[in-house]
Design a protein. Structure first.
Length: 271
């Protein structure tokens, strides 16, 4: 696991966006061989999306030959609802870059057969050869996507009943009224995410400090589904200083030292 510790949220977001952009550029995607990108919603990726939009506007990266799959969607609210993840992605990213509409994939929370929709989603991912890079966030309890504590680490895309804690956390997006928060969501599974060639997790703020500590220093456990990243061949966590408050001093210094050495080598290679 690689852990990138940046000074603040802005620097964390810029690092993540630059890494994604550089990975896409190095892949040289075409219409016949598109780059497949997994995407999250929520507050954590907003800065990364803004920076990706800026890089696109500068001509640094194009999303024309990028296929996207989103992590999740609420069940039972219209796609044009202000808090649907279709709306979130359109307003914060898709409408601002050159991604093609037919290349965008988001779960249909209003499908007549939700289980069939989940199975179809998994098959769609497979049809593109799997996800090349999956960006995600982390919940305060260590969950990734809507894979809340004690979700199976072998789980696939499915319908999940949301816990009271998650509904309380998400009620801030629904006028602070927990009754307005959908009780179910459709989500990719932990294994769906971990099957990706690369997984990049964003972690920011003191409220995520315990989750980051469990993910990095704790055991691989269903109680912290993001801890599965420890087993991934190419897992990256990008975090800010505030999120590191619960890490051991030795752990913090280890990752700062490793990345400092990497920067020194990269600087030498550029000369």
């Amino acid at each position: 696991m690689r852990v990138i510790i940046e000074h603040d949220y802005d620097h964390m977001s810029k690092w993540a966006a630059r890494h994604i952009a550089n990975t896409i550029r190095a892949f040289h995607p075409t219409s016949e061989k598109p780059f497949v990108l997994g995407l999250p919603t929520g507050s954590s990726p907003l800065g990364t999306y803004a920076e990706l939009v800026r890089l696109y506007e500068q001509g640094y990266v194009s999303f024309r030959n990028v296929v996207t799959f989103n992590m999740d969607e609420y069940v039972g609210i219209p796609e044009d609802h202000p808090q649907s993840y279709h709306t979130f992605m359109r307003e914060n990213f898709f409408s601002k870059v050159d991604v093609q509409k037919e290349n965008i994939h988001i779960l249909d929370g209003n499908a007549k057969d939700l289980e069939a929709e989940c199975a179809r989603y998994e098959e769609q991912i497979k049809s593109f050869g799997g996800i090349r890079l999956f960006m995600g966030g982390i919940g305060a309890d260590g969950h990734v996507a809507f894979n809340e504590p004690f979700s199976s680490l072998a789980s696939r895309t499915r319908v999940k009943t949301l816990t009271l804690d998650t509904k309380i956390m998400n009620s801030r997006f629904f006028d602070g009224d927990i009754r307005k928060v959908p009780s179910r969501a459709m989500t990719v599974g932990v294994q769906t995410v971990m099957d990706s060639e690369e997984v990049l997790i964003l972690v920011n703020g003191h409220t995520k400090a315990q989750a980051l500590q469990k993910t990095i220093e704790g055991p691989v456990s269903q109680s912290c589904t993001c801890s599965a990243l420890q087993l991934h061949k190419k897992g990256i966590i990008v975090c800010d200083e505030s999120a590191c408050d619960e890490l051991k001093v030795g752990t913090y210094r280890y990752f700062k030292d490793i990345e400092g050495a990497n920067l020194d080598v990269e600087a030498m290679l550029e000369k």
